[in-house]
Write a protein that binds this ligand. Structure first.
Ligand SMILES: CC(C)(COP(=O)(O)OP(=O)(O)OC[C@H]1O[C@@H](n2cnc3c(N)ncnc32)[C@H](O)[C@@H]1OP(=O)(O)O)[C@@H](O)C(=O)NCCC(=O)NCCS
Length: 147
């Protein structure tokens, strides 16, 4: 499958809105959070595109408060999964963040994502109890890059 990873912008709002609903269902961000991630300075926002369609999206930011880059979202449309798109988006996001520590959070039960993150070198940093809708805990994962 041919796809490209490109920088996203506010022009991708409606595509991202549709992708978000499909990929995250109950955890989908509200539209104003999507607009923020597409427009606010300091965010890296990347889209995977195949045949003119947005098939995946990732975003991250550096948070001074905890001295770490955060991957704040990562998702791939169901029919394009297990083709390396998620891994490619994650790696490019990490590259853009260019931080010694990178963190992200994930539902405890989200095995596909946990497998991907484990494979990419993330380990559990802490747990945020009752973080997600429905009361599920979040695992906060961290990857430390050698300096
Ligand atoms: C998690 C997600 C982004 C992975 O995207 P993807 O494009 O399918 O991932 P990749 O094809 O790059 O997978 C890379 C590796 O991760 C692991 N992996 C990914 N999905 C997996 C699954 N369903 N089961 C087991 N391992 C999986 C595998 O090791 C895989 O390599 P392999 O296919 O050679 O075995 C995708 O499943 C998704 O969008 N899920 C819904 C949204 C979500 O949960 N996002 C993360 C929120 S923290």
């Amino acid at each position: 499958m041919d796809y490209l990873i490109e920088k996203a912008s506010w022009r991708d709002f409606f595509d991202l809105y549709r992708l978000e609903k499909t990929v995250f269902a109950q955890d989908a961000w509200p539209w104003f959070d999507l607009l923020i991630v597409l427009t606010f300075p300091g965010f890296v926002r990347l889209k995977a595109v195949s045949g003119g369609q947005m098939i995946g999206f990732a975003a991250g930011e550096f948070r001074r408060g905890d001295g770490a880059g955060w991957v704040v979202t990562l998702g791939v449309l169901p029919e394009y999964r297990r083709k390396g798109v998620g891994q490619a988006l994650l790696r490019q996001c990490e590259e853009w963040l260019n931080s010694k520590r990178i963190r992200l959070c994930v539902r405890k039960s989200n095995l596909p994502a946990l497998k991907l993150y484990q494979r990419e070198g993330y380990v559990v940093y802490t747990t945020w109890p009752n973080y997600y809708q429905g009361g599920e805990d979040a695992l906060v994962l961290e990857k430390i890059f050698p300096s």
